[in-house]
Design a protein around this ligand. Structure first.
Ligand code: ADP
Length: 164
């Protein structure tokens, strides 16, 4: 069983083995967490993403899937990119948000990572209601086979929602 932490902070500052990027399907950068990771991690991460696009992930990354690259200049060793679902009031996409967490954890395990930091996937530009995203993230990580999971939340409201 993993130790689960909840902290207020910046995902790019984390010293966990892996950090999770709330990426978009292009894998070529964006706003929010994605922008911050590429800005601080440097061009090596984007180069690795471009190589993925040129190879195995020619069509980009599907929603709910996860893939790892170097973390460039960041403290972490790996960035695990996952694409959260865009919130929909008419369609239940909860399973895709759970998949992001499950698949990121699986990639981490395959890499041999012992610790991983997650942002509040889908709650920014993708508009998922924070309380609901927190519930899904909690359920999807509760039996994970890794030493440490750290949720890194960017503001007090999100921290309060994610903290049990
Ligand atoms: P998405 O497109 O999946 O919604 P965003 O990156 O827009 O992803 O936002 C996801 C969450 O991450 C939001 O709660 C946002 O406030 C938060 N966030 C933005 N920048 C950072 C950062 N540097 N570290 C941690 N969380 C961040």
């Amino acid at each position: 069983m993993a130790t689960i932490e909840h902290v207020l902070g910046d995902i790019t500052e984390q010293d966990t083995d892996a950090i999770v990027n709330a990426a978009n399907s292009s894998l070529l950068g964006g706003g929010g967490v994605d922008g911050a990771i590429h800005r601080k991690g440097g061009p090596e991460i984007l180069d690795a993403c471009r190589k993925l696009r040129a190879g195995h992930h020619g069509g980009g990354l599907k929603t709910g899937q996860a893939v790892a690259t170097t973390a460039g200049r960041l403290k972490a060793t790996w960035v695990i990119h996952t694409v959260g679902p865009v919130w929909s009031a008419t369609e239940d996409r909860s399973q895709l948000l759970a998949d992001c967490h499950h698949n990121a954890l699986k990639v981490a395990k395959d890499l041999g990572a012992r610790s991983i930091a997650f942002p509040a996937i889908s709650t920014g530009i993708y508009r998922w209601p924070v309380e609901d995203a927190a519930r899904i993230a909690r359920a999807a990580t509760e039996n994970a086979d890794i030493e440490l999971i750290r949720f890194v939340l960017f503001d007090e409201k999100t921290l309060a929602a994610y903290r049990p």
